[in-house]
Design a protein around this ligand. Structure first.
Ligand code: PRX
Length: 630
């Protein structure tokens, strides 16, 4: 597809056109795809009511565009190179033809169990090819996939299934994670007990461990071989739902971000091609998990829409040793490598010998996503992995945005360490000040908002449009509010400074404070808790919990362990606290609101200036908490 921007002039021209003649700009890009029926209007967007419609009247299918469309000329080209957790296990090569055949089998499997257009299917699988097949099978027949990251606990899984009332779950016997394996089926079984909407649980075999099949369970390997490798496409309206993906919110309930078909397809295909400068013959590798948006948009849809070849990696960065990423780059001659700052920081801490053993001379572009990349990590990545010859694309975006909104374009736009730099065509970022005014000056600092809609903006929070409006469109009426703070330099480059709300990004994972506090407060000895983030060398941020107890005198060491177990059960191990401090109270305003600003400063070890604490109901508590800092 030839919408690749080749130089600064073409980026500038594309950007100007995308703003001045937005409809024409996107119509030209959309025309690269197969549309069974053409659209009537390119966009109808309203930032006040948060109603967004792209390519209305058009009918298409993203699975057709990602898979079938390539078969005529490229059926034997490789879609995925599957690199298993254990490097001694053989890699599997999946051609576009093979991908098509397996996707069709999975689609027929779904149909066998009566899954219809619009039904929700929960996918709880490790990073194995079957995960991609299941996702695309849903898209092929118009079912709405809801992939849940396989590191989430059974309670989290259950909450997500209940919220979207999934009819079916696709899971596995287990998953391999480094030297360990996790019994996914047991977690799924526990979840399903509280999920009456689930009629069948389809089990993929991965670890081969012994499992008991219950009344709802189907071993997919008993059925799949009998199913056809062809399955008719269900043509979808451009605005038909494609998937739901849950992300943390400031209340306990996760937000099911709903993405639809046409706009998401057009935007992810376009941004993949341009941000990674992907050309035929390249081998692209994104290390994210498909359970997150990065995997949806830049392991599954974006690359496949471009007929790309990707590495699909099941393992972890440190198994069997800290050279695994670099080994895989050499093994498969990876040309584009896309990972998270937390992985870079943790590998940079290891001996350089893990890196220098490998040549990595195939690399052309390296990328970063999920959290701000600090200067030190950027320089290390640039020097040791990119060998100072690979542009680093620091891509800023969100589950809600569907695709990358701000990023350098390799060899086209300027690179500045720690800056995501310039908006992609179609994206109009603005900074808003505390009076809700746009900062007009070229440089400045403020809350990052987006001024106009783009094709892959989430359409709603599943089942709760009011919450969607309240969360993203009411703080700054007329704008999409990202929840991030940013600064802009005099050349219009953006640097994302971090969240300005109650979301904390730990190792690149979005964690809301409220769901964690809810989990802790379930403990019978806990009266109240407040979670804040504090800087951490590897994770970016770690979690610090301030906990008040109900008049008991517990064994603190044991209680800390129990609190973390409550969190692991409710959310997953990723949300465990690094530090827990027991305190006799929390700093509160007269209206009862916890003053997190103070707790944040204490957790960071910054006792210099707590600002105005005169509005506190209990100012004396600040001293106690300060003295007890962990
Ligand atoms: O705070 C920003 C941070 O991650 C948040 C979005 O998280 P999530 O929905 O899980 O999606 C992550 C993958 C796209 C953002 O609000 N973030 C993401 N990328 C960057 C970033 N912060 C700074 N720089 C980035 N490149």
């Amino acid at each position: 597809m030839n919408f690749r921007l080749l130089n600064k002039a073409s980026y500038d021209a594309a950007y100007s056109k995308s703003i001045a003649q937005s409809d024409d700009f996107w119509a030209e890009i959309a025309a690269y795809y197969h549309w069974e029926t053409n659209w009537n209007s390119v966009q109808q967007c309203n930032m006040k009511t948060a109603h967004f419609s792209w390519f209305e009247g058009g009918k298409t299918n993203i699975c057709f565009n990602a898979v079938d469309r390539h078969l005529k000329e490229r059926s034997n080209e490789i879609a995925y190179i599957f690199e298993p957790n254990n490097p001694e296990e053989a890699t599997t090569i999946i051609s576009y033809q093979k991908l098509h055949d397996e996707v069709c089998r999975y689609a027929n499997l779904l149909k066998l169990f009566n899954v219809k257009k619009g039904d929700r299917v929960c996918i709880y699988l490790p990073m194995i090819p079957e995960l991609v097949y299941a996702v695309l099978a849903c898209a092929r027949i118009g079912a709405v996939h809801s992939v849940v990251f396989a590191g989430f606990s059974s309670q989290s899984l259950a909450a997500r299934i209940q919220d979207c009332e999934a009819k079916l779950i696709i899971t596995a016997d287990g998953s391999f994670r480094g030297a360990k394996s996790v019994n996914l089926k047991a977690i799924a079984d526990e979840a399903i007990q509280t999920c009456p909407s689930i009629v069948k649980s389809l089990i993929v075999r991965r670890t081969g461990e012994k499992i008991e099949l219950g009344s709802k369970d189907i071993d997919v390997h008993d059925v799949l071989p009998k199913l056809s490798t062809n399955c008719e496409i269900t043509w979808m309206d451009a605005e038909d739902p494609l998937f739901i993906l849950y992300t943390s919110g400031s209340t306990g309930k996760p937000k099911g971000m709903l993405h639809t078909t046409g706009g998401y397809m057009v935007y992810t295909g376009y941004t993949f091609k341009n941000v990674f400068a992907y050309e035929t013959g390249d081998i692209y590798w994104c290390t994210a998990d498909i359970g997150w948006i990065t995997g949806h948009s830049y392991i599954v849809y974006g690359p496949l829409l471009n007929g790309a070849t990707s590495v699909l990696f099941e393992g972890t960065p440190t198994f069997p040793d800290a050279g695994r990423f670099w080994n895989v780059i050499d093994k498969h001659k990876v040309t584009q490598f896309y990972t998270a700052p937390t992985a870079i920081r943790s590998l940079a801490k290891e001996s350089l010998e893990f890196v220098t053993k490998y040549r990595m001379d195939s690399l052309k572009v390296i990328g970063s996503v999920g959290e701000p990349i600090n200067e030190e990590a950027w320089q290390w990545y640039n020097e040791h992995i990119g060998k100072k010859k690979c542009p680093i694309v620091d891509t800023w975006w969100q589950t809600e945005t569907g695709g990358i909104l701000i990023s350098p374009l390799p060899n086209i736009t300027e690179l500045i360490p720690t800056y995501a730099t310039k908006p992609l065509p179609g994206i109009q970022p603005v900074l808003l000040d505390e009076h809700k005014n746009e900062i007009e000056a070229q440089s400045g600092t403020g809350n990052l908002c987006i001024k106009r809609a783009w094709p892959s903006i989430a359409r709603t929070i599943y089942g709760d449009h009011q919450r969607y409006i309240d969360t993203y469109f009411s703080a700054y009426p007329g704008y999409y509010f990202t929840g991030d703070g940013a600064l802009r330099d005099e050349n219009g480059n953006y640097r994302i400074t971090g969240r300005v709300d109650d979301v904390i990004i730990v190792s690149g994972h979005n964690l809301g404070t409220a769901p964690i506090e809810d989990a802790i407060n379930e403990h019978p000895l806990v009266a109240e808790s407040a979670i804040v983030g504090f800087p951490h060398d590897i994770k970016g941020n770690a979690l610090y919990g301030f906990v008040t107890l109900k008049n008991e005198n517990p064994n603190e060491v044991e209680l800390k362990k129990e609190i973390n177990q409550y969190i692991a059960d409710a959310i997953g191990p990723i949300a465990k606290l690094d530090k827990i401090q027991f305190t006799s109270g929390l700093p509160k305003t007269r209206s009862g609101k916890i003053m997190r600003r103070i707790l944040r400063k204490i957790a960071e070890g910054d006792f210099s200036n707590f600002g105005d604490i005169s509005t506190l109901l209990n100012p004396e508590i600040v001293e106690e908490i300060k003295n007890g800092k962990q």
